[in-house]
Design a protein around this ligand. Structure first.
Ligand SMILES: [Cu+2]
Length: 134
């Protein structure tokens, strides 16, 4: 009696599920960045000044597909410089374009709907332009 082919695939599936949990943890995300652990951003909210960029760091061994939106739904937002979804792998870093419009925005992960970080962009004072505000 031949051995069913599925029995050869099961160990590979099990390895794909459990191997990311093995080994040393990746380096934590630096200060003033948004880290990504397994199924969570390391902060719930990040405040930046108008004209600043935002850096997101995947400090987990799991993939994340991040973009504008909330609760795992990627939806373009007016004023949110993230236009497309971005795939981040272990130790990967992504820096957005400048956030030029003051307001409150959301960034989420389409793989992990629990992952949403609020980005608050505060306006520059009248003393400086957005380029010099950072
Ligand atoms: Cu994710």
């Amino acid at each position: 009696m031949p051995i069913p082919r599925i029995l050869f695939g099961l160990p590979l599936i099990a390895a794909g599920v459990w191997l990311p949990a093995a080994g040393a943890d990746p380096t934590p995300a630096p200060a003033n960045t948004v880290g990504m652990d397994h199924e969570v951003f390391t902060v719930k909210e990040m405040t930046i000044r108008q004209g600043q960029k935002l850096t997101l760091v995947n400090n987990s061994r799991w993939l994340h597909i991040i973009g504008p939106g909330e609760g795992g739904s990627l939806i373009a937002e007016t004023g949110n410089p993230m236009r497309d979804r971005v795939l981040t792998e272990t130790n990967d870093t992504y820096t957005t374009a400048p956030w030029n419009e003051p307001g409150t925005y959301n960034v989420t992960c389409s793989i992990h709907p629990e992952m949403t970080v609020k980005v608050v962009v505060t306006p520059c004072d009248s003393c400086c332009s957005p380029a010099g505000c950072g």
